[in-house]
Design a binder for this molecule. Sequence first.
Ligand code: ADP
Ligand code: MG
Length: 704
Amino acid sequence: MEDDKAENFEYQSVQVLHGVGPAVAEKLKRLEIYTIQDVLFHLPMRYEDRTRLTALGSLQMGQQALVEGVIDHCEIKFGGRGRRSLLCYLSDNTGAIVLRFFHFNKAQQNNLAAGKRLRCFGEARRGATRLEFVHPEYQIIQSENSVIEKSLTPVYPKTEGVHQTLLKKISEQVLAKINQGFLIDWLPEPTLRQHQFPDLVDALSHVHRPDKEANVFALNECKTREQQRLIFEELVAHQLSFLQARREIKKITAISLSVSKADYASFKRCLSFELTRAQERVIAEIFSDIDKGHPMLRLVQGDVGSGKTVIAAAAAMAVINSGHQLAIMAPTEILADQHFVNFEQWFSGDVCLLLTGKDKGKSRQQKLERILSGEAQVIIGTHALFQEDVAFNQLVLLVVDEQHRFGVHQRLALREKSNFGGNARTRKKNIAPHQLIMTATPIPRSLAMTAYADLDYSVIDELPKGRKPVNTVVVSTARRDEVIQRIEKACEQGEQAYWVCTLVEESEVLQCQAAEVAAQQLSSELKKVRVGLVHGRMKAQEKQRIITRFKNREINLLVATTVIEVGVDVPNASLMVIENAERLGLAQLHQLRGRVGRGGKQSACVLMYQPPLSEQGKQRLGILRETNDGFKVSEKDLQLRGPGEVLGTRQTGLMQMRIADIVRDEHWFEAVKDTAEHLIERHPDAVKPLVRRWLGKADRFVNV
Ligand code: ADP
Ligand code: MG
């Protein structure tokens, strides 16, 4: 009995711990902490060294430190914009610092009286005259020998209502029992030896409570052997879950679609251009996938302008010829419209249908009927396609375009809903649609294999012939007049241009207002130029009307917000000006720039910034000037911003690992793959517990 209990301890509810009742357990759920094991694998994200006092005189800028001193005096100062701050001058016999508080009350102010001895923990920053601590944690010291911490202080990821003290208290209780043998170390002995990894219990004890002698710098960079072991194990768990998902796919049935040589040849004859070799290769990969009788799950990555749309069209052709249905989902109405126009040209008859939020009432009802009857075979739309109660006749392929714009969470949501409103014919038979996911986010291959390991992966690594790289220049707004002249000249010569307005604020209203102001100003400055305006708050029809006029060259200069980032394809446009370019991410700038350089003409992109530009800002914009290659841009972007931002996962919490970082820890990838495969073959019993341990409830990959 006793033994049995010990064995299952890791899976018991946190409520068996002292001080954890139903209310606290409820709060812990927000951190995905349900069981004892979850407590152990809720790992600190950084460490603070509060084990020793640092003399004020030896404090370095940027250093986090525990200091102690006596208050010399306090005063209230008024800074810029009438902002009050409380300054408290603290000194010991080696030096002095300032404590700065922007928020304080009377009681606090009275408490910080001259002569009192304070102990503070904070980060030293440069102040006007000496180093400062802004809003440090502090306590007033009564006796000379009050205790200080004995081990480094772990700092846990927390959330509202869950404080560090609680997380410390519960981990303390679990760590006290960690040696009782309930935790199974699933990593094979030889792997541990090969990489000189400590065992699991040692690794966890160290990571939660590193002793005083541990190197806090190494810990904060995740460089200790103990951390490396946990990083490795976490990556293995993710890899296992991907491999598992792939095996699940193989068990599911999909409609097999085969394409004859003759059909493919006649499809190619309809195009107004020759496919590139890269496009042909990717199409062949897709044709081979959809022929197999299991759902295709393929990610096609191609730089902006590499010609992804026609790849979707080739897949559509296979579906149409087989008499089934496909859906194409685009992130914006502009792009959905654009696709609809293209597909209508490629596929004659009445098989294409556009369904967006603007379809209402009777017209919508008619469209839904055409979808249900199967009369409409190519259904193009925005994500409204999902939210609405759309019932398909027999959906066999789902294409998601520009998936990076949807975010990773939506990709998985898609997957879950892949029955997609239900298929009149297939729903009951456990038949899943094929999925083709297209993205312009050019991520390095190794990273793609980690981030999208559950997908097959194709790259279009070649641009259509005759494309000339876009000339990119970086100029200050001080040179706005020159830029205006340049636009005037280009338009005189029959060329067309974009003027893109950006804003820091998330507010779409402000962004649209800024674009309106810019459009007015530009039309008064450029008398001979026909200026048009498009932004996100315009009605879809109005947007479409303006873009069509731009396409037909009735408008020379299109002023726009970033809504044109995807879906505007006007090959004659050869000049783009981006205002306040320093405010946008590199990937987004690259994507915007992709709107020009689509024809055979030499195109240019002017990145205009508001001075002063920071050193990093200069560096970032410089990258775009140097290269037109989306891969290179993205690599730099990764270095500067980290994978969460680039892959769009930061906000969604997905792919967010507990301790591993797919960029920093990329060098483990090969070894991780080997270990995962070894475990599946030799220790299949390890797979489930490892995935559960690290992915917890987030193990969403089983649902294909
Ligand atoms: P992406 O979606 O990858 O950014 P698109 O599919 O919108 O790119 O294609 C960009 C432009 O290139 C379109 O005008 C398209 O018609 C054209 N295009 C695509 N493939 C080729 C090709 N092989 N040769 C010439 N032009 C092409
Ligand atoms: Mg596209």
